[in-house]
Ligand binder design. Sequence first.
Ligand code: COA
Ligand code: ZN
Length: 305
Amino acid sequence: MSKRLYFNEVVTRDGFQIESNFIPTENKVALIDALSTCGFAKIEVTSFTSPKAIPMLRDAEIVMGQITRHPDVVYTVLVPNLRGAERALDVNADELNLVMSTSETHNRANLRMARDDSFAALREVIGFVDGRRPITVSLSTCFGCPMEGDVPAATVADWAWRFADLGVQGLTICDTTGMAHPAQVQRLTELLAQRVSTVPLTLHFHNTRGMGLANVLAAAQSGIERFDGSLGGLGGCPYAPGASGNICSEDTINMLSLMGFETGIDIVKLLTVARTLPHIVGHDVPGQLIKAGLVTDCHPAPVQG
Ligand code: COA
Ligand code: ZN
């Protein structure tokens, strides 16, 4: 039996948050509705952050109110603090994805707090939600920080364990600026499997140094079943210097399904949606498959002279 993998599409959150031109609300809603029919287990719709910090996602409530929810998709949202959690509950988000960084410097840049203060604030959020919704936590810079450099695996495991101990339903291990390499991915996922064995792990890679797909493969071969990806390979944290796009969903899903993994995704449908993306954002996107097509798309032989 082929191994089942689960994908969370983050293009309208991580993908759009770094774009410079505001994407109209109706285009976000139409894109999410199209993605909802492709077979994703989860879609990270938006974030309930300060509109001054992330102006692109200032329409979070309207987007959540206007999308058509597919019964098989979990609609999750990024939440940085208590105010964000209240907003997410008000619009009936299926899941709240809290966020903090494993690097002190990046946490201060992104969330304007020390890590210990973030942990205390998020523990309060978990208490406030009180089981009304599942909670996951995204841990940023787990494979390195663009300002501090190395982030020790033991530090990542400690933060993961502290949230696991609070009873969260999932942990997302993020390579915020594409610093991971496959051997490191294997080592960290093995360590986390020992330290937080009761909590499902999702891996979140960026392709900043061209190792995104290699890192996904290393994680999948180490037993990871859940991945974040962004349509067209858009994305990046505005508060991490040098950040660039996430791994491209359609390129990743294409690779894994060719290798025999069961992804649940209709790749033809997904590719059709991906091809609308350059029109939505107004520029070319990094994904390869939208340019090259599927391996089954055969070209006519050149006419012999
Ligand atoms: N939703 C809406 N507004 C919020 C908010 C939220 N979740 N949290 C804070 N605000 C508003 C406050 O009301 C205040 O508004 P005002 O200036 O009009 O009074 C302003 O933001 C500042 O609030 P404060 O509590 O001092 O927060 P801060 O300035 O320290 O910002 C964060 C903290 C985390 C809210 C902010 O830095 C943020 O949203 N960062 C985005 C992180 C992110 O998404 N990064 C990319 C993904 S990893
Ligand atoms: Zn990211």
